[in-house]
Every structure is written in structure tokens, then in C-alpha cells.
Design a protein around this ligand. Structure first.
Ligand SMILES: N[C@@H](CCC(=O)N[C@@H](CS)C(=O)NCC(=O)O)C(=O)O
Length: 223
């Protein structure tokens, strides 16, 4: 049976939601964050050389990386509609959003947090300088790319209920976390009503509610 090693308030919420949608058997082992920077504790880090959350174990196997875990779990549930079949209309948008989430969107969201913290942790007198330098990088690198992804998600969700069509897929589960983080870290300023509708539908799903309950506190970090 799969054990999800669940670091508190982390990306592994998606794996709980996935397992709940599948009705799969699994267990959760909870870990609190440690130290001033809120990293994973030592017993979590010992599970795998990379030491990131989510981590799953299944017998002798230990696996990290969200999308590798999602694929591993869906391989065990080959008939699930959460992964559209190759050749279907939904397959390519599914692949795009699944991989855009972890390959592009999540790193930009992490960089946004790092930039904010570099400013807030810099001694007060030096802050204007660091704000100026990072502000430029943010304006050139981060903000336009984030806006392009959010604009495309908005456009997509104006045309279909979920990102890869009318049915929920694992791409929505992976993107859902990113959109929740973007909501507090980037802010939508009323520009993304279709994304807000997506988040409302996501949070209304009984399996999502159950996942939240099993996860415990979920409070995406804004800054
Ligand atoms: N690319 C990885 C990123 C995982 C990641 O950065 N997880 C964060 C939690 S959201 C983490 O493990 N932070 C604690 C640490 O690095 O000690 C994935 O897709 O799973």
C-alpha cells in the first residue's frame, strides 16, 4: 500500500486529493516543518536523497516529484478518467497543463516567494537597493511569464469547465495547488473570474473537502 509522507502545508495536498478522487487505499504519515525557514525535518529528509514533499513509499520503492508520483499512481489505476487516453481530444491539453504546472508555473511562484523574502530579510538600510535590483528582474522575468500562464488558464477556463475539458483530470489537481498559491502570492485583482470559478468548483468537490480534512492546516504562503 502507498504511504504518502505528508509535509505540512505543502504540495503533497494534491496527492491526497488524487487518492481521494480515485478512492484508492493509502495511508498518510504527517510531518511538521522545522527550523526558521520551515524546511522538511530530518526524519522526512532521510526518506529520499532529494528530500522534497510530496514523497511516497510503496513497499521497497521511495518516489519524489509530484508529476512522477501522479503518473505512478495513475499507472496503478489505468482506467481512471483522471488521465485522458492517448489520442483523445483531452490528452494534449492534459499533458500541457500537467507539465506547465510543475515545469513553469510552480518555479515562477517559488521565485516570487524567494524575491519577496530577499527583500524582507535584507537589513532595512539596504532594502531600497535590493528592491530596485529584484524589481527589475521581477518585471522582466517573473511577472510577464506568470501573466502569460494565468491569461492562458483564464482563456481555457472560459471555454471549458476544467483545464482539459468538461471532466476533472489530474492536470486540474496539479494546477489547482498552483492557482491557490498564485491567488495569495501574486493576486488576481479581479482579472481572472474564470480561474476563481475553477477554484470555487474545486473547493466544492467532496473529495477535495475530504483531502483538506485529512491534510490538516492548508494555508498557502503569501510572503
Ligand atoms: N519539483 C518538486 C518540488 C517539491 C518541493 O519543492 N516541495 C517543497 C514543499 S511545497 C519542499 O519539499 N520543501 C521543504 C524542503 O525542501 O525542505 C515536486 O514537484 O514535487
Amino acid at each position: 500500500m502507498i504511504t504518502l509522507h505528508n509535509l505540512e502545508n505543502s504540495q503533497s495536498i494534491r496527492i491526497i486529493w488524487l487518492m481521494e478522487e480515485l478512492g484508492a487505499e493509502y495511508e498518510i504519515k504527517h510531518y511538521g516543518r522545522a527550523g526558521p525557514n520551515g524546511m522538511a525535518p530530518d526524519d522526512f529528509k532521510k526518506l529520499h536523497p532529494v528530500g522534497t514533499s510530496p514523497t511516497i513509499t510503496d513497499g521497497a520503492l521511495t518516489l519524489v516529484e509530484t508529476n512522477a508520483i501522479v503518473d505512478y499512481i495513475l499507472d496503478q489505476n489505468p482506467n481512471s478518467a483522471l488521465r485522458p487516453k492517448a489520442g483523445s481530444v483531452e490528452r494534449v491539453p492534459y499533458l500541457y497543463w500537467l507539465h506547465a504546472a510543475q515545469g513553469s508555473f510552480q518555479p515562477l511562484l517559488t521565485d516570487t516567494l524567494v524575491f519577496k523574502r530577499l527583500v524582507s530579510k535584507t537589513p532595512f538600510v539596504l532594502r531600497p537597493v535590493i528592491r530596485l535590483v529584484l524589481g527589475k528582474a521581477e518585471a522582466v522575468l517573473l511577472k510577464p511569464r506568470l501573466a502569460k500562464i494565468l491569461d492562458l488558464a483564464e482563456e481555457t477556463l472560459c471555454q471549458s469547465r476544467w483545464l482539459a475539458g468538461e471532466k476533472l483530470t489530474a492536470a486540474d489537481i496539479v494546477m489547482g495547488y498552483c492557482l491557490e498559491v498564485a491567488e495569495v502570492r501574486v493576486g488576481f485583482d479581479g482579472k481572472y473570474p474564470a480561474i476563481e470559478g475553477f477554484l470555487k468548483r474545486m473547493r466544492a468537490r467532496p473529495h477535495h473537502k475530504q483531502a483538506m480534512f485529512k491534510n490538516g492546516l492548508f494555508d498557502p504562503i503569501a510572503d
